[in-house]
Design a protein around this ligand. Structure first.
Ligand SMILES: Nc1ncnc2c1ncn2[C@@H]1O[C@H](COP(=O)(O)OP(=O)(O)OP(=O)(O)O)[C@@H](O)[C@H]1O
Length: 258
């Protein structure tokens, strides 16, 4: 049998007496799949993502990328976390360039073109020369998004990356992210609380119970809605039906053993 691209194999996690991932967690993710983790607040989604990123280690089991257990962070896995901070001593533009420091395949001119493209995409081009501590929290989050996309890692780990953005920019970036993932064959693991965002973006939505987290549903969105996600899809009856079904599952997962 060939190795899955990304595999969680019997993963558990405890912090002292706190059982975060109680039952061993198994999941396989194919290359170029967009996976969304959805679950009640505090159930352990960020912890799972940190473990994929190599920022934390499982208590039991392991997480493998192409058969190799993940170690510390490396540039194959690009991360955007809620609390992600930019480098304050670099300008907005320099922060984005810094993300491409490993890209020996790109010329300096190509790097500058990518920097400008992604700054424009997140609406920060005119703030290129500003320092991150002089812009708002939502803008700093956009710097992190631009930097991670420009870096071009093959796996994108995104923990509520659009949480601090206004609705319009959020929609725009959702469409762009889905496009980038399809076009550039990225594998994405994305955490959100927002059911609509989950259904719009995901190939598969993984629903977790409240802590100690266990997998309660693995929903194949692409089988139901197809892989193309134009903005108008949100107005379709199929989208609406699936969103409601996932919302119901999430409510049950949050109330689980009450
Ligand atoms: N380093 C740590 N030490 C001790 N407890 C921790 C640590 N990191 C997380 N926790 C706890 O583990 C639990 C799960 O946290 P986690 O951030 O993974 O949940 P989450 O599902 O991502 O929540 P949210 O959706 O609110 O971001 C929480 O109770 C949290 O307080």
């Amino acid at each position: 049998m060939t190795e899955p691209y990304l595999a969680f194999d019997g993963v558990t996690k405890r912090f002292g007496a706190l059982d975060v991932v109680g039952q061993p967690f198994d999941l396989t993710v194919a290359r170029n799949e967009f996976i969304v983790f959805l679950g009640p607040s505090g159930c352990g989604k960020t912890t799972l993502m940190r473990m994929v990123g190599g920022l934390d280690t499982p208590t039991g089991g392991d997480i493998r990328l192409e058969g190799v257990p993940v170690g510390g962070p490396d540039h194959r896995r690009g991360m955007v976390f809620q609390s992600y901070s930019s480098f304050p001593w670099l300008t907005v533009a320099e922060n984005v360039l810094f993300g491409m420091r490993y890209r020996t395949d790109l010329t300096e001119q190509q790097k500058r073109a990518r920097r400008d493209h992604y700054l424009d995409l997140v609406g920060l081009y005119e703030f290129s020369d500003a320092y991150p501590n002089k812009v708002s929290g939502g803008m700093r989050q956009r710097v992190a998004i631009a930097r991670t996309l420009a870096a071009g890692s093959e796996v994108l780990l995104m923990d509520e990356p659009f949480g601090a953005l206004d609705a319009q920019r959020r929609e725009k970036l959702q469409v762009e992210l889905r496009g980038i993932q399809r076009r550039d064959t990225k594998t994405v693991v994305f955490v959100t609380h927002d059911v609509e965002e989950a259904v719009f973006l995901a190939d598969r939505v993984i629903v977790f119970s409240k802590r100690p987290a266990r997998l309660v549903a693995d929903i194949d969105v692409t089988a139901q809605l197809g892989a193309e996600r134009p903005l108008e899809l949100r107005d379709s009856p199929e989208f609406f039906r699936l969103r409601n079904a996932v919302l119901k599952l999430l409510r049950e997962a949050a109330g689980d053993d009450e």
